[in-house]
Design a protein around this ligand. Structure first.
Ligand SMILES: Cc1cc2nc3c(=O)[nH]c(=O)nc-3n(C[C@H](O)[C@H](O)[C@H](O)COP(=O)(O)OP(=O)(O)OC[C@H]3O[C@@H](n4cnc5c(N)ncnc54)[C@H](O)[C@@H]3O)c2cc1C
Length: 418
């Protein structure tokens, strides 16, 4: 059996591992357009700040690929999928055959058109190790950095550069940081904290023009700029999938087995859309654990053992500027029907928000309170009715003991088996 995987990151790797655990003899080939084997992508900001060496970012060792007989071909971009003949043409002029193919091409940065952007030769995105290396070369202690986008990636770039440059300005169209994840109150607490670190925010604003050494904002203000980082957002990388004619909506469409609309072609990770368990709609949930689980499910099915991906929900565990934020599910409901519980301590910079509806926990945000995140996540994941608990979830010391005895036993048994 020939297994071919396009994309050597978390989804591709978990797929290869799963295949090998089932099929000891099949050939596994992974193609990557990058020059580095799979690495912890979220670590690129730590590389840029100088906290982590590139060698320590490797997601799997060379030994792993050898032991599992996985052939990784680097600097090799897949250009075209010939569905009829089951062949993939690549930038290294080689053609790879497949019986089962996985498309795990992740995300690409979304860069909106901005007037004059070509005037700034130091314009970067921040998604790959190569981007971090380029930024590393370009910055100096005197740099005035402008980051467009106050989402996760923009803030991670700001954190990485805070001690390395003169000034960082972060611009966002939204009225708050991480608008897709945070409610206004949490965002404001984090903003105030980050502003102590040489970073200034320009919210409800945007860059209307880029000059050689400055940017002009929508409100007319001009900011000095010799490094411009575009971190507006990411979108599913569907370029190669298009050549196979697979069905694509916002991301590649897959069923519960991670199969695309074309026979023998599977897909997993940031490039697909999958079921969001809370809204019951298909969404692109571009998150590391999601990509891992989808890759694993795809691998199992590619190797002939039926396995379903049941869906997931948004969950973020982020650390920046020394603060920890964990959020999951619905955090900023627009509908007034939800019950909201908030606990805040400004002095300790802690904040807890729980969102409840129909006797269920639907979302939470925990700032600098990581201890019980697993329990809250379980309550959402297991669809637990809150009136079945032995405890009021809004109380402080929530633990496994909140679950009724049967659920508790089930959980302990499950975790012992893993
Ligand atoms: C700075 C940063 C911080 C992050 N922090 C977090 C976090 O805290 N928590 C979290 O859950 N997630 C985080 N993420 C998101 C997380 O990294 C992604 O969800 C995850 O990497 C997705 O994995 P993937 O395997 O689907 O795709 P990717 O990791 O995007 O990898 C896809 C690979 O496919 C390659 N490829 C694409 N097209 C081709 C082609 N045609 N031929 C060959 N190769 C191709 C790409 O070059 C890439 O190497 C962060 C991301 C970034 C950039």
């Amino acid at each position: 059996m020939e297994y071919l995987i396009i994309g050597n990151s978390v989804a591709g790797t978990s797929c290869s591992e799963k295949i090998r655990s089932i099929d000891k003899d099949g050939h596994i080939t992974m193609l990557s357009e990058e020059s580095f084997a799979a690495y912890g992508r979220p670590l690129i900001s730590y590389y840029l700040s100088g906290k982590v060496d590139a060698n320590l970012m490797q997601y799997r060792t060379e030994e792993f690929y050898k032991k599992n007989k996985i052939n990784v071909v680097l600097n090799c971009k897949a250009l075209n999928i010939d569905v009829k003949n089951k062949k993939v043409k690549c930038s290294n002029n080689k053609i790879y055959s497949y019986d089962k193919l996985l498309i795990a091409t992740g995300s690409v940065p979304f860069v909106p058109p901005v007037k004059g952007i070509e005037n700034q030769k130091n314009t970067f995105t921040f998604l790959k190790l190569e981007d971090a290396k380029k930024i590393e070369k370009a910055v100096t202690k005197k740099s005035n950095v402008v980051i467009v986008g106050a989402g996760l990636i923009g803030l991670k770039a700001a954190e990485a550069l805070a001690d390395k440059v003169a000034k960082i300005s972060v611009i966002d169209l939204a009225d708050r940081l991480m608008a897709s994840v945070l409610d206004k109150q949490t965002a404001l607490i984090i903003q105030k904290y980050i502003e102590k670190n040489k970073v200034k925010f320009y919210l409800s604003n945007t860059v209307s023009e880029v000059n050689k050494d400055s940017v002009v904002l929508k409100n007319g203000e001009t900011l000095p700029c010799d490094i411009l980082i575009m971190a507006v957002g990411v979108k599913p990388n569907t370029e190669i999938a298009l050549t196979a004619g697979v069905k694509i909506n916002r991301g590649i469409t897959v069923n519960e087995y991670m199969e695309t609309s074309v026979k023998n072609i599977f897909s997993a990770g940031d490039c697909v859309e999958s079921l969001d368990l809370l809204s019951n709609q298909n969404k692109v949930l571009a998150l590391w654990p999601n990509a891992y689980m989808q890759g694993e499910t795809a691998g199992s099915n590619m190797a002939g053992v039926k396995n379903e991906f049941k869906g997931s929900f948004a969950m973020n565990a982020i650390g920046f500027f020394g603060i920890q934020l964990i959020s999951a599910g619905i955090v900023d409901p627009k509908d007034g029907k939800y019950k909201i519980y908030i606990e805040e301590n400004e002095k300790d910079i802690t904040y807890k928000k729980l969102v409840v509806d129909d006797n269920k926990l639907l979302g939470f945000a925990l700032l600098n309170l990581p201890d019980r995140a697993g329990i809250y996540t379980s309550l959402i994941n297991d669809d637990v009715k809150l009136d079945s608990l032995n405890y009021d979830i809004t109380k402080k010391d929530i633990g496994l003991n909140v679950f009724p005895q049967d659920i508790r036993h089930n959980k302990m048994f499950r975790s012992n088996k893993q």
